[in-house]
Design a protein around this ligand. Sequence first.
Ligand code: ZN
Length: 246
Amino acid sequence: MTPRRALVLFSGGQDSTTCLAWALERYPYVETIGFDYNQRHDIELECRLTVRSQIYAQFPHWGGRLGEDHMIDLSLLGQLSDTALTQEREIEMTSTGLPNTFVPGRNLLFFNFAAAIAYRRGLNVLVGGMCETDYSGYPDCRDNTLRSLQVSLSLGLDTPMAIETPLMWLDKAQTWELSATLGGEAFNDLIVEYTHTCYLGERSKRQEWGYGCGHCPACALRARGYKAWRSRNSSSGFEATDRMDL
Ligand code: ZN
């Protein structure tokens, strides 16, 4: 059986960093891919390199499996979309029921480009941090969308191309729990210190859960999840009961 080799869609945020650890724990060889689409800020793109170097430094057993990084210029996406992620404007809900941070079809494009790189590099698993639980309702993050895409990519490339989304059914507190299970407190400290989630690109304000404005939807989700994870773990009686149930 061919050893499974993974390509992680890695943005430098909490979710994709957790997915990277998940893949490094699971697959013998892992590469990363990032996309530059004229985001309003390029802080995430800087964070992703820092996170990679911190993984090499602090988690050598993972570092030995972590291969190349690919950065794809998708500036075209910035030209096509007119959203709060790519333009200077307030984040708000739109009449479609989606926030104006929605870049139409973004994840579909990401996976198509990732699959092309994976094909060339002999990688056969694509890993993404999409999630249906604590999300903004983006239809291209849904499980059915990605299962359908897995079939299309595998047929279109005429080779099995699996899409794995380890966070799909987790809420943000469970994502913190997963990263702690994978890499312990040290890995969650790395996530707090070096990953970036804030939509506004704010990195001058350090909160207990990391850097960010504290108000945008991405910060609010991250903060709420972190606090819930912390409180679950501080009430040790609860935790012991939970573990016995498992
Ligand atoms: Zn923020």
